[in-house]
Design a protein around this ligand. Structure first.
Ligand code: HEM
Ligand code: HEM
Length: 212
């Protein structure tokens, strides 16, 4: 199997939480925004840990490749001679890191972001580093404009893989796919438990803030 169950649940949960956070943030629906944003925080915490202890294809050391491998893959891509990779391809890996970093920055800055009217974010409520509230809120505002372009690039790259190379990457992220050269997934139960703990723990931060 290419993508184990915890990684797939992470991905589709992440799609829902980022889309939900973006739309509710733009509309000023703060209650919903807090839940979606905190869920994204929890999912990211899970993904960071899973990147060290998870299934082969989820591990950062396995999918992060050096400039040589990236360049070689790009040449094959252009010549249409690249083969279906058992996990992220070397260029896709860069996009994965960019998405995790951007969404991670949004999620962390959000923990200090208030709306200057009624809402104060969890870490402001508990008085953790109050001097960060201003700059974090400003970065939350600045960085949000990168979310749609990066997600659009991700979806366009998947479309290009389908049309240019005939690779069906999306169905593989749904079913897990076949990975004959890969070891079978280990620690699936532990991964699912970790996912629930991380998301539940992050969502419980909403108990610190009053609802409107
Ligand atoms: C808010 C929107 C989205 C975000 C933030 C997002 C984020 C990500 C991330 C972080 C990964 C890496 C997964 C991991 O290693 O854990 C990934 C991979 C993937 N995503 Fe998304 N994604 C989004 C939307 C979508 C949509 C709409 C689709 C399907 C049409 C999709 C299909 C995939 C697939 C197939 C992969 C694996 C690519 C590969 O084989 O290397 N994603 N995405
Ligand atoms: C990855 C997760 C997140 C995303 C993608 C996201 C996205 C957004 C977006 C698009 C806006 C509207 C910005 C604008 O139109 O100027 C926004 C505003 C806001 N976000 Fe987030 N956010 C996330 C996480 C969080 C978290 C975890 C919290 C707090 C718990 C939070 C608190 C806020 C607040 C209070 C605003 C309103 C700021 C204002 O009115 O000036 N966000 N966010």
């Amino acid at each position: 199997m290419v993508w184990d169950l915890p990684t797939r649940l992470f991905h589709w949960g992440f799609v829902i939480s980022i889309a939900g956070a973006y739309i509710s943030g733009e509309r000023g629906a703060i209650d919903a925004h807090e839940y979606f944003g905190l869920a994204a925080c929890g999912l990211l915490a899970f993904r960071l840990i899973w990147g060290f202890v998870g299934h082969e294809t989820a591990r950062f050391v396995v999918f992060l490749r050096g400039p040589k491998a990236i360049w070689a893959y790009i040449k094959h891509l252009v010549a249409r001679t690249s083969t279906l990779q058992p996990g992220h391809n070397p260029t896709g890996a860069l996009a994965v890191i960019a998405m995790l970093a951007l969404m991670g920055a949004m999620a962390v800055t959000g923990l200090w972001t208030g709306d200057d009217i009624l809402y104060e974010a969890p870490l402001t409520v508990v008085g953790a580093a109050p001097e960060l509230a201003g700059p974090m809120g400003a970065w939350h505002q600045r960085l949000h404009i990168l979310v749609i372009p990066l997600v659009a690039l991700h979806v366009l790259a998947l479309l290009a893989h389908r049309l240019w190379l005939g690779e069906k990457l999306v169905s593989r992220m749904v079913t897990g796919g076949e990975g004959r050269t890969l070891p079978s997934p280990k620690r699936t139960q532990a991964g699912l438990a970790l996912l629930v703990i991380c998301v539940g723990g992050a969502l419980s931060l909403s108990l610190l803030t009053p609802s409107y």
